[in-house]
Write a protein that binds this ligand. Structure first.
Ligand code: ADP
Ligand code: MG
Length: 612
C-alpha cells in the first residue's frame, strides 16, 4: 500500500520501515506504523517485552486491533503527539504525520517503564513537549534531499522529540521515587533513633527496600559471633522456608559482599559464576540482585540485598539508596551492640537503670545527628529537582505565553504549585527530624549557674580539702539546657578533684571561670592536679578509657563531649603534667539584649531530671 509523502511523492513501505527501525533503535522500544485506516504499513520494529507480550497473547491480531483505535483516534482528531502510560508499566506513544491537514500515517510504539505515572502528568508532559507535526513536515521540506534522505531526517526529528518526551517522563518518575526514598529514609532514621530493638529496625529497613527500589524481595543478614555464619534477621517478600537459609561469609554472592565489603550488582543470578545459592534463588524466583555491606568501621557486620524477579540491571540511584539503608542498618547494629556492652559494664559496676537510660539517650542523640547528615545529601538532590521543575515551568510560561492555550498555562502553573508543595514537604521532613527535641535551651546568667553547682559540691566527699573558686563577670550569660550543663560541670569538677589523688606539696585548687569570647561564652575548669600526659590527650575522650582502674568508668568525658555538642558548643583541653589541667567549654552567648531579663528565668523546666 502506498501513501502520499510530505513531498507529494510516495513513501513506500520500505521507507516507513526505515523510519520505524530507526525510531525503534533510538528508543529501544517496539515501534509500528499505521495508515489512516488503521492498517499496518510495515512490519513492527524493535525487540521489547511489549512486542513479546503481543506475540504471546492469545491472539496477536486481536491485541493489535485493540490498541489501534486508541492510537488512531487520538492522532486523527487532535493534531498532537500522545504519550500514554498503562497501569502495567508500559509507555505508549503515537506521533501523527499530517500533510495539508490530511492525516497520512501514525507512528506508534511502546515499551516497559518501571513505574506508571498518573495520566494527567503524562498528558501535561506531552503537551509541554508536543510540537505540531506539520512543523516536522515543514522542517523536512526545507531540506533539498531525496525523499529517502528526507524521511530519515524526519525520523531523526521524531526520534529526538520522542527522546525528549521520554526523558521528561523518566525524570518525573525519578523525582517521585526520590521523594518516596526520602520519606522512607526519614522513617528508618526515626526507627534507628527511637528504638533499641535491633530486629525492629532491621525489619523497617527490609520493608523499606521494596518501596524505594521497586524490587520484589529484600533481606538483611548479619554475621554471627562465629564470624562465618551469615543469617537472615529481617526480610520482606521471602517465603518462610527461605528464612532459615544459612549463608556463609566468603561463599556465594552474599558471602562475597560480607567477606570483601564490596557491593555487588548482579543483573542475572543464574549466569553469575560466583553464585552458590541457586536453590534459594530458584525457590524464591529471584533473577537479579543488588547487595551492599553493613559496615562498622573496617568490619563488615552484615549484608543487605534487594531482588528482582526478572533479569535486569540496577541503576546508580538504586546503589546509592541501598547503601544509605545499609548504613542505617549498620548504625542500628552498632548501637545495639554498644548498648549491650554498656549494659554489661554498668551491671558489673552496679549502676542504676537511670544512668543507663542517660547513656542510651546519648547514643540516640549521636545517631540522630548522623542521620540528619545523611539525609541532607538526599534532600539536596530532591530540592534541586523540585527547583528545576519550577524554574523550567515558569520559564516556559514566560517565554511562550502567547503560544500557550489557557489550559496549558493552567497546567504549567499547577505543576509549579505542585513542585512548590513538594519542596515545602521536603524541608518540613528534614526540619521536623533535626529539631533538637531533647535539649531545652534557656538563657542563664553564668554566675548564678556556676555558684549553684559549687553549692552542690559542699556535700561531696571528694572535694574535702579542695579550694574551689568562682570567677565570673556579672553580665555574662549563655544559652544552654540548664540541667545538662550542670551535668557537664559536675563531671569536669569531679575529674579535677580526682586529679589531686597522690599529689603532694601544693594546695589543691580548682578555678571555675566564665568570660565572653566573641559571640560565645568560654567556661573553664582549671586544676593544679597531676596533669595529663600529651599522648593521652586524645584518648581521654574515648568511652571506657580511664586511668583510675576500678574507681573509674571512663565514661565521664565521653558524656561531657556528647552533651556539649548537643548544646551546640565545643570543648577543649589543655594540660601539663605536674602543673595542672584546664578544660574549656564554649557555648553560644545569649543575645546582648536579653541577659538580665533572662537571668531571672533561670529555672526553665527541663523534661528530664539529671542524676547528680
Ligand atoms: P573517669 O573519670 O572514669 O576516669 P573520664 O572520662 O571522666 O573517666 O576521664 C577519663 C580520663 O581522663 C581519666 O581517667 C583521667 O586519666 C583523665 N582526666 C580527666 N580529667 C582530668 C583532670 N582534670 N586531670 C587529670 N586527668 C584527667
Ligand atoms: Mg570522670
Amino acid at each position: 500500500m502506498e501513501q502520499r509523502s510530505f513531498f507529494g511523492d510516495v513513501i513506500e513501505r520500505a521507507e516507513w520501515q526505515r523510519i520505524q527501525d530507526l525510531l525503534a533503535t533510538a528508543l529501544r522500544m517496539e515501534v509500528r506504523t499505521f495508515g489512516p485506516d488503521g492498517t499496518e504499513l510495515c512490519h513492527a520494529s524493535g525487540q521489547s517485552e511489549y512486542r513479546l507480550l503481543l506475540a504471546n497473547s492469545s491472539s496477536f491480531r486481536e491485541a493489535v486491533r485493540m490498541s489501534r483505535p486508541l492510537l488512531i483516534r487520538s492522532a486523527g482528531e487532535q493534531n498532537e503527539i500522545k504519550v500514554v502510560n498503562t497501569p502495567t508499566g508500559r509507555l505508549r506513544f503515537s506521533v501523527p504525520f499530517f500533510l495539508d491537514g490530511q492525516h497520512i500515517a501514525t507512528i506508534a510504539g511502546g515499551g516497559v517503564v518501571e513505574r506508571p505515572l498518573p495520566d494527567h502528568q503524562v498528558i501535561a508532559y506531552a503537551k509541554q513537549f508536543g510540537v505540531d507535526a506539520r512543523l516536522l513536515v515543514q522542517a523536512a521540506k526545507k531540506l533539498p534531499l531525496s525523499s529517502r534522505q528526507a524521511c530519515l531526517s524526519a525520523a531523526h526529528l521524531v526520534a529526538a522529540l520522542l527522546d525528549q518526551i521520554i526523558t521528561a517522563v523518566e525524570n518525573r518518575r525519578r523525582a517521585e521515587i526520590r521523594t518516596l526514598r526520602l520519606k522512607v529514609l526519614a522513617e528508618v532514621g526515626h526507627a534507628v533513633s527511637d528504638s533499641l530493638d535491633l530486629l525492629r529496625v532491621l525489619d523497617t529497613v527490609a520493608s523499606a527496600i521494596p518501596q524505594v527500589m521497586l524490587v520484589k524481595a529484600a533481606v538483611v543478614a548479619l554475621v554471627e559471633d562465629d564470624g562465618v555464619t551469615l543469617r537472615i534477621q529481617a526480610a520482606s517478600g521471602l517465603s518462610d522456608e527461605s528464612w532459615q537459609t544459612p549463608f556463609e561469609v566468603g561463599t556465594g554472592l552474599l558471602g562475597h559482599v560480607a567477606a570483601t565489603g564490596e557491593a555487588v550488582n548482579v543483573p542475572d543470578l543464574l549466569a553469575d559464576p560466583r553464585n552458590a545459592y541457586h536453590a534459594f534463588d530458584e525457590h524464591e524466583g529471584m533473577r537479579s540482585m543488588l547487595a551492599a555491606p553493613l559496615r562498622d568501621g573496617e568490619q563488615v557486620v552484615g549484608v543487605v540485598a534487594g531482588f528482582h524477579g526478572a533479569t535486569r540491571g540496577f541503576t546508580g540511584g538504586d546503589e546509592q539508596v541501598l547503601e544509605s539503608l545499609a548504613d542505617f542498618a549498620a548504625s542500628a547494629v552498632r548501637n545495639a551492640r554498644l548498648f549491650t556492652r554498656l549494659n554489661q559494664a554498668y551491671r558489673e559496676l552496679g549502676v542504676s537503670t537511670r544512668r543507663l537510660r542517660e547513656v542510651q539517650e546519648r547514643l540516640f542523640h549521636a545517631d540522630r545527628l548522623a542521620t540528619v547528615g545523611q539525609m541532607s545529601t538526599v534532600t539536596a538532590h530532591e530540592m534541586k529537582n523540585s527547583l528545576g521543575g519550577i524554574i523550567g515551568a515558569a520559564a516556559t510560561v514566560r517565554d511562550q505565553l502567547h503560544q500557550l492555550s489557557d489550559g496549558d498555562v493552567r497546567e504549567l502553573l499547577a505543576a509549579i504549585a505542585e513542585e512548590g508543595w513538594r519542596l515545602r514537604d521536603t524541608i518540613e521532613t528534614v526540619r521536623s527530624y533535626s529539631k533538637p527535641t531533647h535539649y531545652g535551651t534557656g538563657v542563664y546568667a553564668a554566675a548564678e549557674v556556676l555558684q549553684d553547682v559549687v553549692r552542690l559540691l559542699r556535700f561531696d566527699k571528694s572535694f574535702r580539702g579542695v579550694k574551689v573558686e568562682v570567677e565570673v563577670p556579672e553580665a555574662c550569660s549563655f544559652r544552654a539546657d540548664r540541667d545538662r550543663f550542670k551535668q557537664v560541670l559536675l563531671n569536669l569538677l569531679r575529674n579535677a578533684a580526682e586529679a589531686f589523688t597522690g599529689v603532694t606539696g601544693r594546695t589543691p585548687r580548682i578555678v571555675l571561670a566564665a568570660r565572653p569570647v566573641a559571640d560565645e561564652v568560654a567556661i573553664t575548669v582549671s586544676d593544679n592536679g597531676v596533669g595529663i600526659p600529651d599522648e593521652l590527650l586524645t584518648r581521654i575522650w574515648e568511652p571506657f578509657f580511664t586511668t583510675k582502674g576500678e574507681a573509674g568508668t571512663g565514661l565521664g568525658l565521653d558524656a561531657v563531649q556528647q552533651i556539649v555538642q548537643g548544646l551546640g558548643g565545643s570543648i577543649a583541653v589543655d594540660s601539663e603534667v605536674g602543673v595542672g589541667t584546664t578544660f574549656t567549654v564554649r557555648l553560644p552567648q545569649a543575645s546582648p539584649a536579653t541577659p538580665t531579663a533572662a537571668a531571672a528565668t533561670g529555672t526553665t523546666p527541663s523534661e528530664r531530671q539529671t542524676e547528680t
